[in-house]
Design a protein around this ligand. Structure first.
Ligand SMILES: *[C@@H]1O[C@H](CO)[C@@H](O)[C@H](O)[C@H]1NC(C)=O
Ligand SMILES: *[C@@H]1O[C@H](CO)[C@@H](O)[C@H](O)[C@H]1NC(C)=O
Ligand SMILES: *[C@@H]1O[C@H](CO)[C@@H](O)[C@H](O)[C@H]1NC(C)=O
Ligand SMILES: *[C@@H]1O[C@H](CO)[C@@H](O)[C@H](O)[C@H]1NC(C)=O
Length: 384
């Protein structure tokens, strides 16, 4: 069932990327223009007190890394903006640098091999190519250089099963490897991670998880995700599907077992919308999905607080689409019980696609084209 919906999804997304009309997205263009003028605000601007913030709050400095909710951008490179003609394959309206400035501290990407180079692509590089991993990491490093009190986490989906050495070479050439943190155990879960202040003082402020990879001690900071992290299910289509149940790794029997073994929980909190041929990111309901409300069905606030209660520990990571809506970072603040400071104020505007042109588009997809993209998806496998 799940596999089928991913195939269909790939088919539609690819088609839409090629043919989407920029005119449909006039609202989004305005929103982008508005935000561009706000980018100059720095993320770690000091507060009115002399206390220095760690990840946007002085209260987080002495908290253990795993006892904090890090809000994250799912497919952070996959933009639905002017650079992609506002493709429905995009999961975010704004890029990863702005996500960091706005307070997100987890960036998820999909790494694909394209002409022997690691590119950030959505399902396939023909559908949406967000540029090279090296360029992306260089941008993140530039931001980390300018924001020395911030701890950032990367989550990389290893779509083409590249080795740690291949990733390590890119981490080195981008310069970001200098910030790489290596935990006390490189083979399994760590119940008590260092405080943010410890990571900041050591200047090892980058935690990197790769799913899935064989650990290589030559690149000790490239961690195999499912040795440390468990996830709830992704690809959900109903608000009632946002549970706290463990989906991966399948080697663990339940969330309770994962928590008691020292694994950190990650909530996949992005919703797909079922269309005739495909599931696509659901922007129609995004204000609900990303709402900080702790009582609204389907809200990230509700999902987060439910799991905090059910697990007895923080969901360490949450991934959302269209992070500026909500804004999603408010849910992290609520769970962390802090008031964020020094963030760039980003427009919460939603980009909506005209349902009329969308309906016409679906009918114009020929069966041959569907089969072609479906085959591409089969060969690639991963779709997160
Ligand atoms: C997590 O942080 C909160 C707030 O500081 C604290 O009350 C709690 O004891 C911490 N939990 C652990 C397991 O350290
Ligand atoms: C985001 O966009 C800005 C402005 O174009 C650019 O300087 C930055 O490198 C981009 N960040 C990433 C991660 O691509
Ligand atoms: C989401 O939005 C669509 C389109 O507006 C609507 O039909 C649907 O009922 C909404 N809710 C859910 C849970 O999908
Ligand atoms: C952010 O911008 C919005 C829209 O301009 C405004 O309503 C809001 O008060 C701003 N928030 C902060 C914290 O500056």
């Amino acid at each position: 069932m799940k596999a089928f919906s991913y195939l269909a999804s790939s088919a539609l997304l690819c088609w839409s990327f090629s043919y989407a009309s920029p005119q449909v997205y006039q609202d989004a263009v305005s929103a982008t223009t508005l935000v561009a003028s706000q980018i100059t605000t720095t993320a770690s601007a000091s507060t009115s007190t002399s206390t220095i913030a760690c990840n946007n709050s002085p209260l987080l400095c002495d908290r253990n890394y795993n006892n904090i909710t890090h809000m994250g951008a799912h497919d952070s490179f996959a933009l639905r903006d002017s650079s992609t003609d506002y493709t429905v394959a995009g999961n975010q309206f704004y890029n990863a640098t702005l996500a960091l400035s706005a307070g997100l501290r987890l960036l998820q990407v999909q790494a694909h091999l394209s002409d022997d180079v690691i590119e950030l692509c959505h399902t396939t590089c023909a559908l949406l190519d967000g540029g090279t991993l090296e360029s992306y990491l260089s941008s993140v490093k530039t931001w980390m250089d300018a924001n020395p009190n911030e701890v950032v986490t990367l989550l990389i989906v290893n779509s083409d099963d590249q080795t740690a050495a291949t990733f390590g070479a890119v981490f080195a050439s981008s310069g970001i490897s200098t910030y790489g943190y290596t935990p006390t155990s490189t083979t399994g879960p760590v119940a008590t991670w260092p405080t943010l202040q410890t990571l900041i003082t050591a200047n090892t402020r980058l935690v990197t998880f790769i799913a899935s990879i064989t650990y290589d001690e030559t690149y000790p900071y490239l961690l195999s995700e499912f040795d440390y992290v468990f996830e709830t299910a992704y690809g959900q289509v109903d608000f009632t599907d946002f549970t706290c149940d463990l989906d991966r790794p399948t080697t663990l029997s339940s969330a309770a077992v994962a928590v008691s073994s020292g694994y950190m929980g990650l909530l996949n909190h992005f919703k797909e919308e079922v269309q005739a041929f495909a599931d696509i990111p659901d922007v129609d309901n995004i204000t609900t999905t990303n709402s900080p409300s702790t009582s609204l069905l389907g809200a990230v606030g509700t999902h987060g607080s439910n799991c905090k209660t059910e697990w007895g520990v923080m969901p360490t990571f949450i991934l959302v689409d269209f992070w500026n809506v909500g804004p999603s970072v408010e849910t992290a603040d609520i769970l962390n019980v802090v008031t964020g400071t020094g963030r760039t104020n980003v427009s919460e505007s939603v980009v909506t696609q005209s349902s009329e042109s969308f309906g016409v588009s679906l009918q114009e997809i020929g069966p041959g084209r569907i089969a072609g993209w479906a085959l591409a998806a089969v060969m690639l496998g991963n779709f997160i």
